[in-house]
Design a binder for this molecule. Structure first.
Ligand code: BES
Ligand code: ZN
Ligand code: ZN
Length: 497
């Protein structure tokens, strides 16, 4: 995406369309920028009809005989006092989808004048609204050239905001990483395999030398005795891996954030095979791992002054004569024995080994994990929020704040001590699953048993938000890249604190 800026309307360069913002005022529609007033000649006849009311997300196309743009768009921002980052994302997302549909690629965008939000938040939200819909996944679809979507290519800001260019360029870098994550999640499970993820990690290190990649291959995983990751991998003909990527943006500091992302490249459920209707979206079961890729990529591109290590345990959960067997006991990396009560509860197994390994080898300041862990979190919260379970209020609060700001919202769920009771096993130190009751929180409680108690930890369950079966606001359906913007915002908050 190319950005440019002009402070005066008459200096602007050619574009496909000019986007002019309006408020819904008490007495009718009101220009949201003094620059918009230059178009009175074209606007008066339109506005006098009162067809256009300036409602949030209202879009009206006008075709004009002008050398600079042939189209203008009247864009409603809603009532000025109700402006928010999310209302901006929504509004600009709506217009963006329509522009993409019309195959318009070069936008001239008049920046609204307002006092409610800091300027940087205004530009950030507008850019996110314009760019988040600017993605498609038609890799496998044969389309006539007319139907090939053309994505937006350039945005020319018109207005005086000092940091508009810098901020929008930053947002675009983060959204590139969001789309990187989306591509991985949308890709076929037979293409996006553990081996493919390993290659991705190495490629990322090659282009971003500030990111170091280390991979534990099957032999190393055996040597380290990660019995749970190996158990889940038994049914797969593809080897597992533990991918580790490190970014040191603040080498003088010992502060270290670790994020562990679930990388199940396909979840059949194993011997507790998923039914028809439950399996078809399970190429998305590595979305937590994909978010880790996106987050570390963003950290490197933005040169954030933080230290971030991501770990992605990755394997398929396949069904095979060699699959691990419900009822059997396996020994985890920590030495704790686990009674496997359901082979479809595979995410917590591979995360348990990776979390324990991360705590032991790196002693991080804080540790997060992000995973499409339980269908129950989708039942509880739907696609509106991901669940967060945490042993540390301050860490939880920071993450929830980052969630508010990016609108990748988090809703805190409990980690009651009583959940530990239901995971007691007669034949092993812990069991992996105990039925549907409190399923998301019990799953988190299982993970908790493998995290060093002295390290603040938070678990993000993104099973309801990572992959949409219907489009939502400015998000196309399928992979959302949930977690990338959230983690980046969280790291920025950390760097500032
Ligand atoms: N990958 C699934 C969770 C999931 C479900 C993600 C739906 C996205 C959409 C996970 O491994 C799983 O199978 N969980 C089971 C838990 C149970 C059988 C132990 C579930 O939630 O149904
Ligand atoms: Zn499963
Ligand atoms: Zn799974």
């Amino acid at each position: 995406m190319k950005f440019s800026q002009q402070s005066h309307l008459d200096k602007r360069k050619k574009g496909d369309v000019l986007v002019i913002p309006f408020w819904k005022g008490k007495k009718g529609v009101k220009s949201a920028s003094s620059l918009g007033n230059n178009f009175q000649k074209f606007l008066n006849p339109v506005l006098s009809t009162r067809d256009f009311k300036g409602n949030e997300g209202e879009v009206l196309f006008q075709y004009i005989d002008d050398q600079v743009e042939r189209r203008i768009v009247l864009l409603g921002l809603g009532e000025e006092e109700r402006l928010s980052k999310e209302s901006l994302r929504l509004t600009y997302g709506t217009v963006s989808k329509q522009l993409i549909q019309k195959r318009l690629q070069h936008l001239n965008v008049i920046i609204p004048e307002q006092d409610l939000l800091p300027d940087n938040q205004l530009i950030q939200a507008i850019t996110e609204g314009l760019l988040l819909p600017n993605y498609h996944f038609y890799r496998h679809k044969q389309l006539d050239s007319e139907d090939q979507p053309l994505l937006l290519e350039s945005i020319q800001w018109i207005g005086k905001d000092k940091n508009a260019l810098e901020i929008s360029q930053e947002v675009a870098l983060v959204i590139e990483s969001v789309n990187y994550a989306r591509d991985l999640v949308n890709g076929n499970a037979d293409d996006v395999t553990p081996q493919h993820l390993i290659e991705c990690a190495h490629d990322i290190s090659k282009t971003h030398t500030s990111i170091k990649t280390k991979v534990l291959h099957k032999k190393d995983i055996e040597k380290e005795k990660m019995g749970l990751l190996l158990a889940v991998n038994r049914g797969s003909f593809r080897d597992p891996a533990l991918i580790i990527m490190q970014y040191q943006g603040n080498p003088k500091s010992k502060d270290l954030t670790i994020v562990v992302g679930k990388g199940v490249t396909y979840d059949t459920g194993g011997l507790n095979l998923k039914p028809t209707g439950g399996m078809e979206t399970m190429k998305s079961d590595m979305a937590g791992g994909a978010a880790c890729f996106g987050a570390i990529l963003s950290a490197a591109k933005l040169k954030l002054k933080v230290n971030l290590t991501v770990l992605i345990p990755t394997t398929e959960n396949s069904i095979d004569a060699n699959s691990f067997k419900p009822g059997d006991v396996y020994v985890s990396y920590t030495g704790k024995t686990v009674e496997m009560t359901n082979s479809d509860a595979e995410g917590r197994l591979i995360l348990a080994d990776a979390l324990a390994y991360a705590c032991k080898k790196y002693q991080p300041t804080r540790i997060l994990d992000i995973a499409t862990l339980t269908g129950a979190i989708d039942v509880a919260l739907g696609p509106e929020a991901s669940g967060i379970m945490s042993t540390n209020d301050e860490l939880a609060q920071f993450l929830i704040q980052a969630g508010q700001s990016t609108y990748e919202r988090l809703w805190r769920m409990p980690l009651f001590e009583e959940y530990k009771e239901v995971l007691k096993s007669d034949i092993a130190d812990i069991k992996s699953w105990n039925g549907r009751s409190g399923s998301s929180n019990v799953a988190a409680t299982f993970l908790r048993a493998f995290v060093d108690e002295s390290i603040p930890w938070a678990h993000l369950d993104i099973a309801g938000t990572a992959y949409l079966e219907k489009p939502k606001k400015y998000m196309a359906k399928y992979a959302t890249g949930f977690g990338v913007r959230l983690i980046v915002e969280f790291l920025k908050l950390l760097a500032r604190s």
